[in-house]
Design a protein around this ligand. Structure first.
Ligand SMILES: Cc1ncc(COP(=O)(O)O)c(C=O)c1O
Length: 426
């Protein structure tokens, strides 16, 4: 590469990723094939529109690439239709909101401090100004059980037009049948924001909301699904002519969504990313991916148990998915989530600070530390390695001001990590 400054920074980032362990639950390591598609000449191409209906010429290859991505996404998630063009998870969610709602309509979503995502109506987002958000949450933070009775009561009172199942900080599974029953009773569109767990669904390690009465699934493609950074929408319904505005019916969802993604609020699709999504979807359709998804959960459960044995207090006291949330002040006196994140960064274990339910600390220095196993499972780590990670975390956090101890731990983590190559190095 002629740009030596950027070349050096790419090499430095490769080294950082190789020599550490990625425990941030929303990150992963993609394959060499995904990187090749992402760095391909498809980045040169404008393809406004959809396969067979483009506003530019020269689409003989892009049409096939996008059609393959669509067919693979439908097969992975058992959908009638897929839109693979959203640039990331946030625009995928906005596309669904805008395709189904009028300004001021009501959306029901998980309490943000119980694990709901920013795009589910956080006051700092534009969708919180466009729509009225009502909430459901956990009945008991010790078990993580959702209060479905209260959820039903609020839904019947406020009549949301969309109910969202989905989260970025919740460590248990949701009862999609209960969501579907409440949605049906109040006439809401059922939307599953599966950004975090899409790979677990694709790998058949957890239930697929579309098999339980949900109408639409949105996702990112770069977390457990292990593809390029991007978004995805899979829905039930029948695709129609995108040139005509159809009635807002479940059957018309595919057309409503396609019209909203383009030209609604995005321009040309990023065809290099669409090609990389197609590659990742093919990888996720292989039997090995099912073993991978199950291993992610097995590793997360073992890591949770190992951490508890070391005295860490976990929100919901464990996990059923890929993610763990530690209450740091309740685990290590005098530390908060950000202190823990910074201490672990220093030894090559990357996790991220996060609010816990009813957090008394501010968002920039919250009480929680969120970690997960999708990336380390890609590296090939198994249950027994989780005990080591828990041990290193405990030593680092209890000796957080002992620079010598942290330097020794950093060497240990580096030597260990180098035994597990990045998939792009293989
Ligand atoms: C549940 C959920 N939805 C949406 C998003 C937004 O995705 P992106 O950052 O790709 O826009 C995220 C990202 O963390 C998420 O966790």
């Amino acid at each position: 590469m002629k740009d030596t400054k950027i070349a050096k920074l790419i090499t430095a980032e490769e080294k950082r990723q190789r020599e550490g362990l990625e425990l941030i639950p929303s990150e992963n390591y993609v394959s060499r094939d995904v990187l090749t598609a992402l760095g391909s000449v498809y980045t040169n191409k404008y393809s406004e529109g959809y396969p067979g209906k483009r506003y530019y010429g020269g689409q003989e290859n892009t049409d096939v690439v996008e059609s393959l991505a669509i067919e693979r996404a439908k097969e992975l998630f058992n959908g009638d239709h897929a839109n693979v063009q959203p640039h990331s998870g946030a625009p995928a969610n906005i596309a669904v909101y805008q395709s189904w709602l009028n300004l001021g309509d009501t959306i029901m979503a998980m309490r943000l401090d119980h694990g709901g995502h920013l795009t589910h109506g956080h006051p700092v987002t534009s969708s919180s100004k466009a729509y009225n958000f009502v909430r459901y949450g956990m009945k008991d933070i010790e078990t993580g059980e959702i209060d479905y009775d209260e959820m039903r009561a609020v839904a019947l009172k406020t009549r949301p037009k969309i109910i969202i199942a989905g989260f970025s900080g919740y460590t248990r599974t949701l009862d999609y049948d209960k969501f579907a029953a409440i949605g049906e009773e109040c006439g809401a569109l059922l939307m599953a924001d599966m950004a975090h767990v899409a790979g677990l669904i694709a790998g058949k390690a957890i239930e697929n909301p579309l098999d339980h009465g949900f109408h639409v699934l949105t996702s990112t493609t770069h977390k457990t699904l292990r593809g390029p950074r991007g978004g995805l929408i899979v829905s039930k319904g029948i695709a129609g002519n995108t040139l005509k505005a159809p009635d807002k019916t479940i059957e018309n969802l595919p057309t409503l969504i396609d019209r909203e993604v383009f030209p609604g609020f995005q321009g040309g699709p990023h065809m290099h990313t669409v090609a990389a999504k197609a590659v990742a979807f093919r990888e996720a359709l292989q039997p090995e991916f099912q073993a991978y998804a199950k291993q992610i959960i097995a590793n997360a459960k073992r890591l949770a148990t190992s951490l508890q044995k070391k005295g860490f207090k976990l929100v919901t006291n464990g996990t059923d998915n890929h993610m763990i949330l530690i209450d740091i002040p309740a685990s290590i006196k005098g530390l908060n989530g950000r202190d823990a994140q910074e201490t672990l960064d220093a030894i090559g274990l990357n996790a991220n600070c996060n609010a816990i339910p009813d957090d008394t600390l501010p968002p920039y220095r919250p009480s929680g530390l969120r970690l997960g196993t999708p990336a380390i499972t890609t590296r090939g780590l198994k249950e027994e390695h989780m005990d080591l990670i828990a041990e290193w975390m405990h030593t680092a956090l209890t000796k957080h001001s002992d620079e010598k101890a942290l330097a020794e731990l950093k060497n240990t983590v580096t030597a260990f990590s180098l035994q597990f190559p990045l998939p792009s190095d293989i």
